[in-house]
Write a protein that binds this ligand. Structure first.
Ligand SMILES: [Zn+2]
Ligand SMILES: [Zn+2]
Length: 125
């Protein structure tokens, strides 16, 4: 889903605004951002400024899972967040994403463990 409404402040998300986007994907070493990206991969998107900044820590390679702490290795199914500028339609992947990811978790480690974290970000749990 690609809501143009921020789930946290309920305000519109305009092109070129900084957004925090959470999506699923496949990690392929040595690329910084996961592959398998499509509109369906997006879990949620909100203004970067609406996210509690302390909860966003930029990780550079090698990534470690926030759930189990293990390193993320090739072809793992992951859930990850990026911060970047919202592109103009029809583009959906944020631009100027920088050099890492904000939040990385194995899909298998996502379930059930992150309710508090998600609530603090304002994500649906
Ligand atoms: Zn917002
Ligand atoms: Zn894990």
């Amino acid at each position: 889903m690609t809501s143009r409404i921020c789930p946290k402040c309920q305000g519109p998300i305009e092109p070129l605004q900084w957004v925090f986007q959470v999506a699923t994907g496949i990690y392929v070493s040595p690329f910084i951002t996961p592959t398998d990206f499509s509109r369906d991969a997006i879990i949620t998107e909100m203004h970067a400024e609406c996210v509690n900044g302390e909860r966003l820590s930029n990780q550079e390679l090698p990534y470690h899972c926030h759930g189990c702490g293990d390193p993320i290795v090739g072809w793992a199914e992951i859930i990850y967040g990026v911060v970047g500028r919202k592109p103009r339609t029809p583009w959906i992947r944020p631009e100027e994403r920088g050099n890492g990811l904000y939040f990385v978790s194995h899909v298998r480690c996502w379930d059930g463990k992150w309710d508090n974290w998600l609530r603090q970000l304002g994500l649906p749990t």
